[in-house]
Design a protein around this ligand. Structure first.
Ligand SMILES: [Zn+2]
Length: 266
């Protein structure tokens, strides 16, 4: 007899959703007829950060000050995946909105927000996939209309899914595009010691915050991402004891980056 809890996620009832991705998670879960089967099924997960309860980072989560708004358009069950990093953006950027993508029935509130005159909207997407749209590598402060908030839109899923979402969503083809420059991507990959340019959504967002004039907020998001990755590797026993850097060092790094961002001008 299988005595494991059916979903291996601690009950949401005991936790209050804090932001848009938590709420979308609860909603998407209510649509599921079967439990989402993630790797590391035996791990009991916190329903907010989706890390193993023993490695939960919720106590460290705190919002930055940002003039930038974010919209996450999430592919199908992306919001249920413990590896999803879009939620990390919502953890730190207070004005973050999250919607499920639908090819045939796009969310009406999402469409309304994309044409809301209070926002200056940029789709964050690689320029090589874009044909007709105006592409920027930076959003200069002087180009920002003072009466409008910059809204950065991210397509959250695998790259293949993001490209599909883009191609099949005509309303995205009207938007200005913010594309992270290849030199910035190369610098980032070098710093990370990675040869892989397939960045997670939170990493792309960190570079986009920098390109939109909030580099310290970008650093804080990168540090939050690093803490998340380390915590999830520990949860999956993917770290050799001899190579483990204490998790408190990742927490310290995040707190340092967070304090720098809060005390100076983003
Ligand atoms: Zn947690």
């Amino acid at each position: 007899m299988d005595t494991r809890k059916p979903q291996q996620v601690a009950s949401l009832v005991d936790f209050k959703p804090v932001h848009a991705v938590h709420r979308l998670y609860a909603y998407r879960k209510s649509l599921s007829t079967k439990a989402f089967s993630a790797r590391g099924k035996k791990l009991i997960r916190c329903p907010l950060c989706l890390l193993g309860t023993q490695f939960c980072t919720c106590a460290h989560r705190k919002p930055l000050s940002s003039d930038i708004s974010v919209m996450l358009i999430m592919y199908d069950d992306e919001v249920l995946k413990p590896t999803n990093s879009g939620r990390l953006i919502a953890d730190l950027i207070p004005d973050t909105h999250a919607y499920l993508w639908s090819r045939t029935q796009p969310n009406q509130a999402m469409l309304a927000q994309l044409v809301d005159p209070q926002y200056q909207v940029y789709l964050v997407f690689p320029e090589q996939y874009v044909e007709q749209q105006v592409v920027f590598n930076r959003i200069e402060k002087q180009a920002q209309q003072s009466d409008k908030k910059v809204l950065l839109v991210f397509l959250d899923g695998s790259w293949r899914q993001a490209i599909k979402m883009f191609r099949k969503s005509p309303y995205l083809h009207q938007l200005k595009v913010l594309s992270i420059s290849s030199s910035k991507l190369a610098t980032y990959a070098l710093r990370k010691g990675s040869h892989d340019f397939q960045l997670g959504t939170a990493e792309v967002a960190a570079l986009a915050l920098d390109a939109a004039g909030e580099p310290l907020n970008g650093h804080a998001l990168t540090a939050w991402f690093d803490l998340f990755v380390e915590s999830s590797l520990l949860g999956r026993n993917r770290r050799l004891k001899s190579t483990i850097v204490p998790i408190s060092e990742y927490v310290d790094q995040f707190n340092l980056a967070y304090n720098q961002a809060k005390s100076s001008n983003k």
